[in-house]
Design a protein around this ligand. Structure first.
Ligand SMILES: NC(=O)c1ccc[n+]([C@@H]2O[C@H](COP(=O)([O-])OP(=O)(O)OC[C@H]3O[C@@H](n4cnc5c(N)ncnc54)[C@H](O)[C@@H]3O)[C@@H](O)[C@H]2O)c1
Ligand SMILES: [Fe+2]
Length: 384
């Protein structure tokens, strides 16, 4: 069997109303002065108001930073870090979608070491430990609550940079399906597809292992059979819970395997044209999948079998092709407009996008099939 190492978040708490465990979890961490990191929408949701009102009735003093945009920048992380330092916080609570969680992970370190985000990125091999960190996802999702990765937008060169370090693992992830009920339909679709792509890319990455395959296949099956219910019946708590659980499993899978070319191709278009992460991934999914298919028919056939395609006695190639057809149907059912031309991208932008994606070697190197610059242009062209 292939050798592997598997790392993960120390503690995951899952269940409806588990958000109410926060005071106890803070006390377990001996945290008395936490700082919430969230976005302006989440800060106004009912559950957040209740949670903070409840904390006010305890002896816990807390601060809140709400100025987080989607696909957040280095500058936002630095601003959040300064607010935490000024408040002299002893712990960080990231609550929100991947954007808020990724900022929380970075600032838990920078608020302790007083480095800028840029300095952390330059020193990513030797990061020091940060303040105690609790992550609470409100989308389902990036899986960021259980990954050691933080993705930030670099506004200077209009791309996205990933900081990867075991120091970014949270102490605790609290997963409460009820707080995802308010997700708008488009975010349910984008973040749900993101999770499906995490599972699929973790499964087929060159860094996959038997344990990440197990997690990725389980995640893929659960996510695929619940995404349309969550999309069409937003109050279906069972489907919401399954999406949250599945995205967490996929997060554990790709944190220990990796994502690959779909994500790599999505980063330049996300950063340059402000296309949300899950949408950018949806745009690139089928072009990359068609390109990759021959490189690992066996794995793609396994993926097909967990999303309900009959694969017994069916050649792997046929099963893998069926996977593409099913995912195409899913993207249509989720009403995702998945061509670059709908999002202010011009054909003349493609050579520059292709150059940028070739630099994302952290992900491109793990793709099951090697991609050169001509392939990259063709793939963007296909997505156009
Ligand atoms: N670190 C990782 O492992 C990892 C993995 C995948 C993606 N990411 C990053 O995560 C970011 C995307 O995260 P995302 O898809 O969760 O989107 P997001 O965090 O940008 O949120 C999308 C929108 O949904 C709103 N929202 C969030 N929760 C809500 C709720 N419960 N009710 C109503 N509205 C709600 C937010 O306010 C925002 O407007 C990108 O920057 C991406 O690069 C990180
Ligand atoms: Fe993603």
């Amino acid at each position: 069997m292939k050798e592997f190492t598997f790392q993960s978040t120390q503690k995951v708490v899952f269940g409806n109303k588990k958000i109410n465990n926060l005071p106890q979890e803070l006390s377990n961490l001996k945290a008395k002065r936490p700082f919430f990191v969230c976005d302006p929408v989440v800060s106004k949701l009912e559950f957040f108001k209740k949670l903070t009102n409840h904390l006010k009735s305890t002896n816990i003093e807390f601060g809140i930073f709400t100025d987080i945009e989607s696909d957040p920048s280095f500058e936002t992380a630095d601003k959040a870090s300064k607010a935490i330092i000024d408040f002299q916080s002893d712990s960080v609570i990231g609550i929100g979608g991947g954007s808020a969680l990724d900022i929380a992970k970075i600032v838990a370190i920078s608020a302790k070491t007083k480095e800028t985000t840029e300095q952390l990125l330059q020193n990513s091999e030797n990061l020091q430990s940060g303040l105690p960190l609790i992550l609470i996802p409100t989308t389902a999702g990036t899986g960021s609550e259980v990954t050691h990765i933080s993705i930030l937008s670099n506004t200077k060169d209009k791309t996205k940079n990933g900081l990867v370090s075991p120091q970014l693992y949270a102490n605790i992830a609290i997963l409460d399906p009820e707080i995802t009920l308010s997700l708008p339909q488009n975010v349910t679709a984008f973040s749900g597809i993101d999770a499906i792509i995490h599972a699929l890319e973790a499964l087929t990455s060159k860094l996959s292992t038997p344990l990440t395959d197990l997690l990725a296949l389980e995640a893929l099956g659960i996510l695929h059979s619940n995404i349309l219910t969550a999309f069409n019946k937003p109050n279906d708590i069972e489907a919401r819970g399954n999406m949250l659980y599945g995205s967490m499993l996929a997060g554990k899978a790709f944190a220990n395997s990796s994502v690959a070319a779909v994500h790599a191709f999505a980063y330049p278009i996300g950063a340059e044209f402000h296309i949300p992460h899950g949408l950018a991934n949806s745009i690139m999914l089928l072009p990359v999948l068609r390109f990759n298919l021959e490189a690992d028919l066996n794995k793609y056939a396994k993926a097909a079998s967990v999303i309900g395609i009959e694969t017994k006695g069916v050649p792997c190639k046929e099963a893998a092709n069926q996977l593409i057809i099913k995912l195409d149907e899913l993207l249509n059912a989720l009403k995702i407009k998945r061509y670059l031309r709908f999002y202010n991208v011009n054909q003349s932008d493609i050579p520059n996008l292709a150059k940028k994606v070739m630099k994302i070697t952290r992900l491109m190197n793990n793709n099951p099939r090697a991609i050169n610059i001509e392939d990259a242009e063709k793939l963007y062209q296909e997505a156009f």
